[in-house]
Design a protein around this ligand. Sequence first.
Ligand SMILES: NC(=O)c1ccc[n+]([C@@H]2O[C@H](COP(=O)([O-])OP(=O)(O)OC[C@H]3O[C@@H](n4cnc5c(N)ncnc54)[C@H](OP(=O)(O)O)[C@@H]3O)[C@@H](O)[C@H]2O)c1
Length: 306
Amino acid sequence: MKITFCCTDTKAEPWLAGLRAALPAAQVDLWQPGAPPADHAVVWAPPQQFFDEQTQLKGVFNIGAGVDALLKLRLPPQATVVRLDDAGMSVQMAEYVCHAVIRHFREFDGYEADVKAGKWSYRKPRSRADFAVGVMGLGVLGERVARALQAFEFPVNGWSRSAKTIEGVRGFAGEAQLADFLAASKVLVNLLPLTPDTRDIMRRETLSKLQPGGYVINVARGAHLVDDDLIALIDSGHLAGATLDVFRTEPLPADHPFWRHPKITITPHTSARTLRDESIAQIAGKIMALERAEPIAGIVDPVRGY
Ligand SMILES: NC(=O)c1ccc[n+]([C@@H]2O[C@H](COP(=O)([O-])OP(=O)(O)OC[C@H]3O[C@@H](n4cnc5c(N)ncnc54)[C@H](OP(=O)(O)O)[C@@H]3O)[C@@H](O)[C@H]2O)c1
């Protein structure tokens, strides 16, 4: 069995060594133009030329959870596209989102500024019941985030394409219930995949339905959010601020207003990083399962887009 590795912006050697150790019977090579056909590919942002040449692939394993960039390419029609299924990302996402919610809810930025100014001052405790958190996308990551928020007793709403039952989470589903979901939420956490249906989903029309003083946390993809609409709603006072980890253009251009907006906190697409050892173990297990024609989790539906 031949495995080809083609991951842009990734140090290849440790991945190749890890895949060889996990799949000792396989031949694992770094892809070069003109390389012979492989059975499976491990990829991140490969060029179109890769798929134009590798026409016999049975499995394409993406070393991330989001496949929006991959699905823009012409893929071999017979190949099963597989995304990372947690692999250590959901706990990172849960800690990032809980941190952002709590930092805002407890006004830690304000306390930090007070302390820097030598001020010993109290702020009025806020009511947790007034801080319902709405999680958009209740998949592998969204569900874990929803459960983690419950540990801090925030009311949690969830929105997904198909109806989902998660204990303690008020569920909303489909386009028809989006407005009610937003109206029931003060904090909005985005964990949707980027698809034609979800692009620009956080825009003036939707964000203005959040409760007054609303707060936005985007940890999915930059193209879910219309940047100018967010800034306008914060500057008008309808929204209190935002924590953003993902952007339409990455790295975020130096002149983008998000860098300097006092009510926007940014991080450089780091909320849930791909962990190499966990990912290699997961991918190796799935390659073996595919070879044995056994079912695996995390298969992407190219029509649905995730
Ligand atoms: N910032 C980072 O570092 C980072 C890291 C990893 C992932 N991500 C992003 O996080 C996203 C989610 O990952 P995941 O593993 O949780 O994905 P997932 O398991 O595929 O879950 C996706 C969820 O979104 C829902 N959904 C999809 N389209 C929808 C629509 N049109 N309307 C309403 N709900 C819709 C799905 O509904 P159903 O349950 O009905 O299918 C599902 O609940 C990824 O696609 C990626 O973009 C970001």
